[in-house]
Design a protein around this ligand. Structure first.
Ligand code: OTU
Length: 638
């Protein structure tokens, strides 16, 4: 192949000019071997994005220096882990895997105290922890830490980088993989790059998208969405110090980085490798869909965004191959899939499953869920979904309009209904959510709220109605059962395991008031943990029920390695899927309605054979060939 010989030639020249005297002979061999393996792809990606720039080769040379230095700085213990991971295959396929996402301050106070929470996590069965962004960020509103002022410094209120590295070790000893955020679409406006840009330094003004006049921004703007319309109109912010317009997709203090500048790719690679070298196992690629801007497009999911992510991935594989990327693409289902692959992100949030589970709770119908999963659940066996019900963000009604139309659902009207339902405006709704980012012009919004409040526990408790409380608890357990068994890493959102309700105190905090997502960013403290041990309480029912589901998951290896097939049940209220290996099979069924339902056993491939229901621990009894399901009942039939 012509191209690979070009890559080889280029690599030989780069290595020739690279001083590798810092390495031992053995380390030099490893580094060079990894370069041989990964450079062809890295080169082809960067050539495609930056090859027409006069100084492309200079930037490649700079990148080599960054890779060498990061490899040199990587601790021997981490290098050992890298070698082991290359031999052992991916950790995330294991049926014992269980994730949790939490804020350091809300969950523990600070990094030092978080160490004391490890026994709690181990008791829950956690093997993966995503610590929400904990880097230095502006005082006051920092978008929950997603405005990073220094990637190499921990927010002083939470601790130090040394404490974080020590915590990574402690987690590793407890069998917990650490996931950190890589917020690389933007930095905060207080990052030193931004500060220099504000002061007029042209080198750093090129790190961002800065414009003297509004002409070009206006041209871009005609194709762009507004992500946070509640805080600002449009995607650009006037910076008075530099007298320039700055591209700010999210908040005004989050400045989009300019990846058309190869110096930015290199600078951010250095930050990424610094994070990898702290000792994490995965990096969550925040807002990755937005990194490439192309005039005349919506500047999301651009082909060159994929090239850049592959290039970052190749750098990671050279320096720290045990670290994988997790994609945070909350976009059209077809676009979500494009980020998943060994060369891009081995892990990906599954926003479609998340949104459609909520949809099925509202409608009590599973057709949209079933058909969408049949279309979009399958991914490469090297990769894994991260399945979740709630996270720190709002819920947006992401699904493929074509699938909806196919089922006779008008997607626009249906999204309106879902917003009404989950904000509790729809009569008879059990949900108590808060509208987020309401667009006054279009009427669009998204939904915030804790899992328990959205699933009906808050309103049931207000009505003090035990039957409604029981239904809410059953919903909460059922939706968790899906993420625990459908295939992929189940990711809990801290507090949901304890049934925490919305916390409205943000409404009196000036720094949080404008961002309703704070309603479901809730402190977990000793009191809430203790409450969930009180027998008879809904919190206890949730926490003990969840623990039981987790322990069943952990005893069934087919829930890790088995393939998934989404089944048609011919009962519109029941969602079903099978998990299969060469030797075992399990059929999972969930009843999304508060009425008893029946499914013909033969429709889900059960033919009179003996099946054990792993949930009830009883053999399945068919009546007239029918499987019965009580309201919100889960069955795992093996
Ligand atoms: C992410 O989410 C984070 O999860 C948010 O907490 C941040 O505010 C944001 O990036 C900026 O850093 O708009 O409403 O995939 O939906 O990336 C959430 C597209 C968001 C976006 C997603 C983004």
């Amino acid at each position: 192949m012509k191209f690979s010989s070009e890559a080889e030639k280029t690599l030989a020249r780069l290595i020739h000019d690279l001083d590798l005297s810092c390495f031992s002979a053995a380390q030099k061999t490893v580094f060079e071997h990894r370069l041989q393996q990964e450079f062809p792809l890295l080169f082809s990606m960067l050539l495609d994005v930056y090859g027409d720039q006069y100084d492309f080769y200079y930037h490649l040379q700079q990148l080599m220096v960054s890779l060498r230095d990061a490899f040199d700085a990587r601790k021997p213990a981490l290098k050992k882990k890298d070698e082991a991971s290359l031999n052992d295959g991916p950790w995330f396929k294991d049926h014992k895997s269980l994730g949790i996402a939490c804020y350091v301050d809300l969950f523990a106070g600070d990094l030092a105290k978080l160490k004391n929470r490890i026994p709690y996590l181990v008791d829950l069965g956690v093997t993966y922890i995503h610590l929400m962004p904990l880097y230095k960020s502006p005082e006051g509103d920092s978008d929950g830490g997603y405005a990073v002022s220094d990637y190499r410094q921990v927010d002083p209120k939470l601790g130090t980088i040394e404490e974080l590295a020590a915590l990574a070790d402690a987690f590793a000893q407890a069998g917990i993989h650490l996931v950190l955020d890589f917020v690389f679409n933007h930095s905060s406006d207080e990052h030193q790059w931004a500060e220099k840009a504000k002061q007029g330094d042209p080198e750093f003004q090129d790190y961002y998208w800065m414009f003297e006049s509004k002409d070009l921004p206006n041209q871009y703007e005609t194709h762009l969405r507004e992500i946070f319309p509640q805080v600002r109109k449009g995607n650009f912010t006037w910076c008075d110090t530099s007298k320039r317009w700055v591209w700010t997709t999210f908040n005004s203090f989050q400045w989009d980085l300019n990846y058309s500048n190869p110096a930015v790719f290199n600078a951010i690679t250095q930050e990424m490798l610094f994070l990898a070298n702290i000792g994490c196992d995965a990096l969550r690629l925040d807002a990755l869909a937005f990194i490439w801007k192309e005039l005349g497009t919506n500047c999301e999911n651009q082909p060159k965004a994929h090239r850049l992510i592959s290039a970052f991935n190749a750098c990671l594989k050279i320096v720290s191959p045990s670290v994988v990327f997790k994609s945070e693409a909350i976009v059209h289902p077809d676009e979500v899939l494009k980020y998943i692959g060994k060369d891009e992100c081995e892990l990906s949030y599954n926003p479609l499953l998340m949104a459609l589970i909520w949809n099925s709770l509202a409608t009590r119908k599973t057709k949209l869920l079933t058909q969408s999963m049949q279309q979009s659940f399958a991914i490469s066996p090297d990769c894994a979904w991260v399945n979740y019900i709630r996270c720190h963000d709002d819920i947006g009604w992401t699904f493929d309009d074509a699938v909806a139309y196919d089922l006779g659902i008008n997607p626009h009207d249906h999204r309106y209904f879902l917003n009404q339902f989950f904000t509790g405006r729809f009569e008879g709704s059990f949900a108590k959510g808060v509208a987020f980012a309401e667009n006054k012009e279009t009427g669009d919004c998204r939904v915030c709220g804790s899992l328990a409040s959205l699933a009906g526990l808050e309103s049931a408790l207000e009505q003090n109605d035990q039957a409604l409380i029981d239904l809410a608890v059953a919903r909460i357990l059922m939706v968790h059962s899906i993420i625990l068994s459908i295939g992929g890493i189940p990711l809990l959102y801290s507090g949901d395991e304890l049934g925490l309700l919305n916390d409205y105190s943000y409404q009196s905090d000036i720094n949080k008031l404008a961002d309703d997502r704070w309603v479901h960013r809730i402190a977990v403290n000793d009191k809430s943990i203790k409450r969930a041990t009180a027998k008879g309480s809904p919190e206890f029912a949730i926490s003990s029920g969840l623990k039981k589901l987790i322990s069943i998951r952990k005893s069934e290896s087919l829930l890790g390695e088995g393939s998934t097939e989404i089944l048609q049940t011919n009962n519109e209220h029941v969602f079903a899927y099978s998990r299969k290996t060469n030797t075992e099979e399990m059929i999972a069924l969930c009843n999304f309605s508060e009425h008893q339902q029946f499914v013909k056993a033969e429709h889900v491939g059960i033919e009179g054979n003996q099946r054990l229901d792993l949930i009830s621990q009883q053999n399945l009894v068919l009546t007239n060939g029918l499987i019965s399901l009580a309201p919100y009942q889960i069955r795992w039939l093996k």
